[in-house]
Design a binder for this molecule. Structure first.
Ligand code: GAP
Length: 442
């Protein structure tokens, strides 16, 4: 983990937020390469959910959340962790995360601490006009259910996908970006007819494993963990966690929950007319019945299967799998990030052999601009004049291809293309760069 954290800072992936003022615990900023990697991971998820499934629609809902949404969802009452204080060191911990250095007899009795961030809405702060920063992106999918059904031609089964920020006032944020207070979730709520939920749940677990494999996190590195009944979230009938061997241990990367009809049932009016299976609180405030026609033409409240993944945990897993220290000849080593090309922050670096040679630099700029226009992501001009140093840097940040423009290029229009993983170099004609690039990056 230490080496990965150091690389992330040195190369501009991830910084501690407000570092110049001593930081803010559990909050991180994403630098020039971090933002590219994050966007690439989110785009891969979005493509696989929304573009590759005709029955999944996208949504980008608000972060500030009406408190009634979270009252009826059960979060106000139950979204809390047990917290203890250590009378000896004066620090506060989540009950299951007390360090060994604190003695049991020094700990206070656990008490519940609600993890939601509350904020005031509008200019008057009299305590009545508050809202929450959403603790999960899911709730606004449920509250927009009717809007999406009415504005599209959705019929069961169908899904609504969303990527966005979520906030939790974690008692003990830790392990770099693994447990943080501000993070992003990629959540799908997949609505099915009651009775079809268990099969759909099984299918989504498999689909998600396959997706992680495509991002460079092999299925063998993920352990399926069925959450014991006594540990299930209040809305869940069954949850399978995808547990990944993070550098600090085996922990949850993604959870796939069967949320039954709890959420749509909770946010509905006239609940007694809806044959809701889950135990829900009487809703006196909603103005909508969150039901839909089933195949037989009757109205039902669908069950929901929810694959929910954290973007930061995904990044950490992807970086951890890609991070490689290779032994080379003459007792040398190289650090290389073997990221899947579609996730690499920089797709190709164009390197003029000599920094101040106008002809070489101009030609390199031309090649850069051509490849950039293909729309596969960021291409950079690496104009340091030190080819060895450039290769080392591009290996460390995971750039799949380096294209060198040298004096031979000016004579015969050929460039050297170096492959990140094999370090093989081949000489190709400038006119063939685009097709080779597309073949490697796709
Ligand atoms: N809507 C369901 C839900 O939020 P969750 O298991 O609490 O379920 C889903 O969160 C995913 O969000 C987790 O698997 C994890 O990847 C990510 N996540 C949750 N809390 C996090 C935190 N404090 N820091 C980073 N990621 C977190």
């Amino acid at each position: 983990m230490d080496e990965l954290v150091a690389l992330c800072k040195r190369r501009g992936f991830i910084f501690q937020s407000a570092e110049i003022y001593g930081g803010l615990q559990g909050i991180y900023d994403y630098g020039p390469l971090g933002v590219e990697l994050k966007n690439n991971l989110k785009n891969a998820w979005w493509k696989s959910m929304v573009y590759e499934n005709d029955n999944i629609e996208g949504l980008d809902a608000s972060i500030l959340t009406n408190s009634m949404v979270l009252d009826y969802s059960g979060h106000t009452e139950t979204f809390s962790d047990p917290m203890v204080d250590c009378k000896s060191c004066g620090l506060r911990f989540r009950e299951d995360q007390v360090p060994k250095s604190c003695k049991k007899e020094d700990l206070t009795e656990p008490r519940q601490f609600n993890l939601m961030f509350k904020t005031n809405v509008g200019p008057i702060d009299d305590g009545s006009s508050y809202a929450y920063l959403r603790p999960e992106t899911a709730q606004q999918i449920f509250t927009n259910f009717k809007n999406i059904v009415d504005s599209t031609s959705c019929s069961l089964p169908f899904g609504i996908a969303q990527i966005g920020k979520a906030f939790r006032n974690e008692i003990t944020p830790r392990n770099f970006i693994f447990r943080v207070r501000e993070f992003e979730q990629m959540e799908l709520e997949y609505f099915v007819a009651p009775g079809e939920d268990e099969d759909a749940h099984h299918i989504w677990v498999q689909k998600r494993l396959n997706w992680w494999e495509k991002q460079g996190v092999p299925i063998e590195t993920i352990v399926l963990h069925e959450v014991p009944i006594e540990e299930l979230a209040h809305y869940s009938k069954k949850t399978v966690d995808l547990m990944y061997k993070f550098p600090h241990g085996l922990e949850e990367l993604e959870g796939i929950a069967n949320r039954t009809d709890f959420d749509l049932g909770s946010h509905s009016k006239n609940q007694n007319e809806l044959n809701i299976h889950a135990k829900v609180k009487l809703n006196k405030d909603s103005n909508s019945k969150l039901s839909i026609k089933n195949r037989e033409g009757g109205m039902v409240v669908p069950f929901v299967i929810e694959p929910s993944a954290g973007v930061e945990r995904g990044m950490l897993a992807v970086l951890n799998e890609a991070f490689t220290i290779e032994s080379l000849a003459e007792n040398k080593t190289r650090v290389v990030l073997k990221l899947k090309p579609h996730l690499a922050p920089i797709k190709a670096a164009i390197i003029p052999l000599k920094k101040n040679d106008e002809n070489l630099v101009n030609l390199a700029k031309k090649i850069k601009s051509k490849l950039q226009q293909l729309g596969f992501g960021r291409i950079i001009l690496e104009n340091t004049g030190n080819i060895g140093k450039s290769y080392r840097k591009q290996d460390e940040i995971g750039t799949p291809l380096c294209i060198t423009v040298d004096f031979k290029t000016l004579e015969n229009n050929s460039v050297t293309v170096r492959d990140r993983d094999s370090m093989q170099q081949e000489r190709i004609n400038i006119k063939d760069i685009e097709s080779l690039f597309m073949e490697k990056i796709k």
